[in-house]
Design a binder for this molecule. Structure first.
Ligand SMILES: Cc1cc2nc3c(=O)[nH]c(=O)nc-3n(C[C@H](O)[C@H](O)[C@H](O)COP(=O)(O)OP(=O)(O)OC[C@H]3O[C@@H](n4cnc5c(N)ncnc54)[C@H](O)[C@@H]3O)c2cc1C
Length: 416
């Protein structure tokens, strides 16, 4: 069933009885050509591109819970391509271009909203660093705009500009950045993959890999053994747990990141704003809630809930930036598990086990990467050749000393 205005009218006139489920509840078959482990944004986008672009239709996505229950439905919905390092910027710009056509490609309203993102700067050296980043973005075809204080005041008069401790001097803006409704992304890719013959199998946990003589030929699951000649793993925060079942130890740690939503307010924030003097980022949803987040909880965990010290820290950041939000009430909050890599950049690569491929290490920036990650992972699995924009995301870059350390923090996963 295609979604269009006529369909809405028809269904509206007939009591909405004709809508079909967006995807089938498939049962596992004994064998597929390709299995994707993890039904998050990245796994589902991979399945979509495997079918659509690389013409592989005997594909299954195995999800231990339900579609949209992982980080894809828990993030703060920000998309952007404002990176500095060449190895990252090309990839994220490719992703932003895919977002720009994503709703048409999927025939699904995922509410892609390019309202712009502004990174605030608070000192002259910080402005200079942003100028450098803006130039690096421009070299990769992105759209940086440097705002001085007067221009920023016009756009966001509510910011706490003259705070003596952290005066706001301007911002680096990317007008094409913005937000996308997160769980709709999972549903849109699931629907499209399903329409192209992919089996999406929920409540099916992978509990082991079938590996003989260095070749992976299938998986053990809570719903029985399933064979395939190629298996791609995209399980985000569960990466180290799942890959340990194949005997691999990843250069990665899992940490909790929390997100927050306030009660509904009148339209206030034009796009996404990130604080340059603390870790705080905020946008406003269509329902009026302020959607915001900050630092990860600094300890290793696989729990999808966080602790109060970070709640306090994030709210302090928010109030310091926009004192008037101190009056707003917090409506809800939740946590997701982040796959924090040693250099803050992801991995999309083959493993040393034939037939086993890995996608992970997205830290807390993997939502905006969803389309490109899916495309590049699908290409790697289908052709055994990396996509041009993802060729640096190799597993062995840590042992070869070729870190992609965007923040310059060193091998300190909880700081990236
Ligand atoms: C609070 C928060 C805010 C964030 N904000 C942003 C943001 O604004 N912008 C941005 O770009 N990124 C953001 N992120 C990061 C982004 O959400 C993640 O990097 C990205 O969603 C990870 O990829 P995914 O969607 O495939 O993960 P997930 O949706 O977590 O998918 C992985 C799936 O694997 C499944 N799985 C795990 N183990 C198994 C198993 N053994 N068998 C089968 N299935 C298994 C899980 O159930 C899960 O559904 C944020 C994350 C959080 C938590």
């Amino acid at each position: 069933m295609r979604y269009n205005a006529l369909q809405i009218l028809r269904q509206g006139l007939t009591g909405h009885k004709g809508w079909k489920p967006a995807w089938r509840k498939a049962d596992p078959k004994p064998e597929y050509d390709i299995i994707i482990v993890g039904g998050g944004g990245h796994g589902l986008a991979t399945a979509h591109y495997l079918a659509k672009t690389f013409k592989h239709h005997k594909v299954a996505v195995l999800e231990k819970g339900w579609i949209g229950g992982g980080n894809v439905g828990r993030n703060t919905t920000i998309i952007r391509s404002n990176y500095m390092l060449h190895e990252n910027e090309g990839f994220y710009e490719f992703s932003l271009k895919l977002w720009e056509n994503q709703e048409r490609e999927l025939n699904y309203n995922s509410m892609v909203s390019q309202r712009g993102i502004i990174n605030l700067y608070h000192s002259d050296p910080q402005r200079d660093a942003y100028v450098r980043r803006g130039n690096a973005m421009a070299l990769n075809g992105a759209d940086p705009v440097l705002l001085d204080q007067a221009a920023l005041r016009k756009m966001c008069p509510f910011l706490n500009f003259d705070n003596a401790r952290f005066p706001i001097k301007g911002g680096l803006m990317q007008p094409r950045g913005g937000t996308v409704r997160h769980d709709a992304v999972a549903w849109g890719y699931a629907r499209s993959a399903d329409q192209q013959g992919v089996d999406i199998i929920e409540n099916c946990e992978v509990t082991g890999f079938i590996i003989n003589d260095g070749i992976c030929s299938g998986v053990e699951t809570s719903r029985g053994q399933i064979k395939a000649s190629k298996i791609g793993v995209a399980v985000a925060g569960s990466s180290s747990r799942v890959m340990s079942m194949a005997g691999m130890r990843l250069p990665m740690e899992s940490h909790v990141l929390q997100a927050f939503v306030s009660e509904g307010l009148k339209p206030l924030i034009p796009g996404v704003i990130t604080y340059g003097a603390g870790h705080f980022y905020v946008s406003q949803s269509d329902k009026g809630g302020l959607v915001f987040g900050g630092d990860i909880d600094g300890y290793n965990s696989y729990a999808q809930r966080g602790n109060l010290p970070v709640v306090e820290d994030v709210c302090e950041g928010g109030v310091s930036l926009m004192p008037m939000i101190g009056k707003a009430r917090l409506l809800r909050m939740w946590g997701g598990i982040m796959d924090m890599s040693m250099d803050g950049s992801p991995i999309i690569d083959k493993t040393h086990i034939d037939g086993l491929y890995f996608n992970g290490g997205w830290c807390y920036g993997g939502f905006k990467a969803t389309p490109a990650s899916g495309y590049c992972f699908a290409q790697l699995i289908a052709t055994d050749m990396p996509h041009e924009t993802a060729k640096h995301y190799r597993m062995d870059r840590f042992s070869r000393g070729l870190m992609i350390d965007e923040k310059g923090q060193g091998a300190q996963p909880n700081l990236h």
